[in-house]
Design a protein around this ligand. Sequence first.
Ligand code: PLP
Length: 385
Amino acid sequence: MPGYELIGKEEKNEIDDIFNNGSILFRHGFDSLRNNRYKVAKFEKLFAKKLKSKYALAVTSGTAALRVALSTLKLNKNDEVITQSFTFVATVEAIVEAGATPVCSEIDNTLNMSPESLKKLITKKTRAVILVHMLGSPGKVDEIKRICKKQKIILIEDTAWGCGGKFKNKFLGTIGDIGTYSFDFAKTITTGEGGMIIFNKKSTYLKAKAWHDHGHENNPNFPRWEDTRKSSGFNYRMNEMQGAVGIAQLGKLNKIIIQQRRNYSLIWNKIKNLKNIKLRSIPKNSYHTADALIFIVENKNIALDCRNELLKVGISTKILPEAITWHFSKKWRHIKELKYKTYKKNHLRDSEKILNRCVSLPINYYMERAIANKIQITLKKVLSK
Ligand SMILES: *Cc1c(COP(=O)(O)O)cnc(C)c1O
């Protein structure tokens, strides 16, 4: 979780660098005033390099990143985009905003998309799949990629929570066709609000780049007001202050994940021998970001007991169980496009069964060792009842 915990002099120096060099806050133009400072462009370049990818596009949020990614597909309401039932509401909102119909798959013990469920949901209308690396850990990426490839469906990875994580030595978000990232204030690195998109194809990148900027192609042969355009678009441009903070935060990404993983292990080692407790399944060969430690207990009541007892000693649980309403699509009756009226009684029953038994402990950068002991003592009390 902790980008926000590490905002300090590096971020301030990057911001000062803008104000000491012409104070240009717009990513484009004003060349004679800015002393060669282009923070957003530099952030994109560094981000692409870090993730061993070629094409990165900075945008205003993780939600915008998904929306801009989908703009490259020119969707309408007869098109379906499949994502998973356990995600943040933004994934489905972006599909709705892009004009397509969202469909949600079941999850499995990885807490991410179930490949079996995905297979059953694919129809002639399916144009894209958005798999989500929920809370920093990948799901069955290989199988899902194989399914999409075989059916010629675009694979987007919502990596809002998995920036810096890996699967088989490839960074999360660079495995499918497009990867999206969020830098909101609760994510691994933050720019206050912000997002990034990684593309594996130049043509898709160029389409998205123009669309996120009113169709501007930023043709070097023309001034901006006479710029060439091939399509309309919208405005999802990141500004220079966000770019500046992003540069500094990116430099801290490794250190953040290493520390989160340390804290995660410390806690897990204290509780792993408790009765009937198991870790969310994390695929072999993956390097998860340890954003949260999610464990699964026997039933819903025990999960709620864990939550209540932890709360009594001042330890909150993250999303599970309490914030399920914003992270489980079965609960989103306000989103009419989800067509919940046509759902059968057992709709998303597997997901619900798993999620009801999950407890999620937030992992921070700064965590006192004493917290691990406190968690151990509290959970022991609940689980040995
Ligand atoms: C945070 C998040 C988003 C949205 O990102 P914002 O930057 O907050 O708009 C999208 N998907 C998932 C899975 C997220 O966790």
